[in-house]
Design a protein around this ligand. Structure first.
Ligand code: IPD
Ligand code: CA
Ligand code: CA
Length: 279
């Protein structure tokens, strides 16, 4: 269970607020994750229970952010758009990214929170993001122009600057992706992309949380990531964290990546090589 009293005084006030909300939401998730195991044996499985856990975590996150930043707007997976008195600031929240993992008792999921801001009528831009893995107590975070960091609670809690991998040889590189499933389009296209990447690289992982895929790419664990059809809340925080770590983030289908949800991320050397295989 994360210690909410741990010192965060070196963080900006905004970062403290976002990390606190993520940790608060995670307490609920962790408690419910402990229960999920017992529910696996029922025929229907724990689906309803997990959907309640998801909603509960979102409520806690919104309640905390709303208390500390009154008036800000929200876009949250379960609640949708909540327009506040301040339309220039919007928190984008996925209270549980990796739902299928959670549902199956697989300990790989995260809370993702981003803040978007509109200044002087210019289009909104991502200014802050946190991705928190309650199982490993890893907090990935970034603010625009300040770099990306990882606070690993299990290793003494010091912040470490995130740097992406410097690999430039495709054959040596490890990639992450998301595989479309029942109800999602693009199965045949995905198989072609996978064929192109798996045959020429060190391997491809499908861990089941796009937010953590992005955070792990920012941390240099993966050399690149691509996935199509993601939602704004899946990728908002991860885009900023990846960019601030020094990675290139693009849309696979033109336009703005937050709008299309078709994302590709890699360092400068690998980007053209990955693109060529998945576009
Ligand atoms: C999902 C995860 C997964 C991705 C799916 C997303 P959810 O989010 O990010 O990795 O492949 O497309 O929907 O449903 O667990 O919040
Ligand atoms: Ca998600
Ligand atoms: Ca979710």
């Amino acid at each position: 269970m994360p210690d909410l009293s741990e010192t965060t005084s070196h963080l900006s006030p905004l970062m403290r607020v976002m990390q606190f909300a993520a940790r608060k939401g995670s307490r609920n998730l962790l408690r419910d994750f402990g229960e999920v195991e017992h529910l696996q044996v029922s025929r229907k499985g724990p689906a309803d229970f997990v959907s309640r856990a998801d909603k509960k975590a979102e409520e806690v996150i919104i309640e905390n952010l709303g208390r500390d930043r009154p008036g800000y707007s929200f876009l949250a997976e379960e609640s949708g758009e909540i327009t506040g008195s301040d339309k220039t600031h919007r928190f984008i929240i996925d209270p549980l990214d990796g739902t299928t993992n959670f549902l199956h008792g697989i300990p790989h999921f995260a809370i993702s929170i981003a803040l978007e801001r509109e200044i002087d009528g210019n289009p909104k831009e991502l200014v802050a993001g946190v991705i928190y893995n309650p199982i490993t107590d890893e907090m990935f975070f970034a603010e625009k122009g300040k770099g990306a960091y990882l606070n690993d609670g299990t290793r003494g809690g010091a912040d470490r600057r995130l740097r992406p991998s410097k690999r430039d040889i495709f054959q040596d590189s490890l990639f992450a992706t998301g595989i479309p499933f029942l109800g999602r389009p693009g199965h045949a296209k995905f198989l072609k992309e996978l064929h192109q990447v798996m045959g020429h690289s060190s391997g491809v992982r499908r861990m089941g949380s796009a937010a953590l895929d992005l955070a792990w790419t920012a941390a240099g664990r993966y050399d690149g990531f691509w996935e199509r059809g993601l939602a704004t809340w899946d990728i908002a925080a991860g885009i900023l964290i990846a960019q601030e770590a020094g990675l290139i983030v693009e849309s696979l289908s033109g336009g703005d990546v937050l709008d299309t949800g078709d994302i590709i991320v890699a360092n400068e050397a690998l980007m053209p090589q990955l693109k060529q295989r998945v576009e």
